[in-house]
Ligand binder design. Structure first.
Ligand code: NAD
Length: 290
């Protein structure tokens, strides 16, 4: 396939590399980042989209996506698919899909989970929203860049799945970290805590696969001085998106709201920026009640 790839940062560059390695022709555009080996640079987003069968975007936020989508759509050939893999608000995903339909092309929102490591290894999970026709066209590319792609429903359903998943993740990471900090104060050994919880009803991905306590459980960013991994500010972004969606949908999400507030404090008023989101554990370690 001929693929346009717009946004070749931490995630986009390794994803594009995997598409090139699989034999696809990739033309890229980024306002700042250099082109990865094998990707031909275009001078504009529209230039990268020209003649492409699929245009993939991997951009920082919804406002940028809207601007880029406006520029790209007139350049797309009829029937081409605009596939946005960024994490953006559900509303933007739906607006872009409407605009694409009016422009005679297809759109799919397909945010990912798996982070930079998953992007490099080609093991991302894609959660997609859009028509089945669009999903089937892009599916072979999902299979190259990832290990699983779930078609979640119509436009915006991928973003909805992503923010609901990450709201659970943020909440369970905080719960796991505060429980470790409590266990410390109760004199409970961290390894024993892990041995019990990871095989009991308190288990979760945060505990079992990404344990925030250094030296406990499988290797995770806590074993590497809390270098991200998944940065606290990205978790804050996703929690804010979940609360933006909850506002619009009139959904009561008290735990998500509190998780957003705690990550906001951690990132903006404490030392959380640039650290992995599991660095909530050293944060709680230092704190007292009240
Ligand atoms: P990044 O900042 O490293 O990359 C974004 C790229 O977009 C940058 O290279 C930037 O120069 C480029 N860009 C910005 N405006 C542009 C424009 N108008 N035209 C073309 N290029 C433009 O961010 P990232 O970590 O690669 O994340 C990308 C998206 O993936 C975000 O939406 C993020 O929330 C999501 N995501 C990131 C991770 C992660 O672990 N990094 C995990 C899951 C999802």
């Amino acid at each position: 396939m001929k693929i346009g790839f717009i946004g070749l940062g931490n995630m986009g560059a390794p994803m594009a590399r995997n598409l090139v390695a699989a034999g696809h022709i990739v033309t890229g555009y980024d306002t700042h980042a250099a082109m990865p080996d094998g990707v031909t640079g275009a001078i504009s987003a529209a230039g990268a989209a020209h003649d492409a069968d699929v245009v993939i975007t991997m951009l920082p936020n919804g406002a940028i996506l809207r601007t880029v989508a406006k520029e790209v759509m007139p350049a797309l050939k009829p029937g081409a698919v605009l596939c946005d893999c960024s994490t953006v608000d559900v509303e933007t995903a739906r607006i872009v899909a409407d605009e694409a339909a009016r422009a005679g092309c297809l759109a799919i929102d397909a945010p990912v989970s798996g982070g930079i490591g998953g992007a490099a290894a080609g093991t991302l999970t894609f959660m997609a929203g859009g028509t089945s026709a669009a999903f089937e066209i892009v599916r072979p590319l999902f299979d190259i860049m990832g290990q699983k792609a779930v078609h979640c429903g119509g436009a915006g359903a991928g973003q909805a799945a992503k923010i609901c998943n990450n709201m659970i993740l943020g909440v369970t990471m905080i719960a796991t970290c505060e429980a470790f900090a409590l266990a410390d104060k109760l004199g409970l050994d961290r390894q024993k805590m892990f041995d019990v919880v990871s095989t009991s009803s308190g288990y979760s991905w945060s505990m079992n696969a990404y344990c925030p306590a250094p030296g406990v459980g499988p290797k995770s960013p806590s074993d590497n001085g809390y270098q991200p991994g998944f940065a606290a500010e990205l978790m804050l972004k996703d929690l804010r998106l979940s609360q933006q969606a909850a506002e619009l949908a009139d959904a009561d999400t008290p735990m998500g709201q509190l998780a957003a507030l705690l990550y906001e404090t951690f990132v903006e008023a404490e030392d959380g920026r640039g650290r992995d989101f599991s660095a909530m554990l050293p944060r709680f370690e230092k704190r007292q009640r009240g």
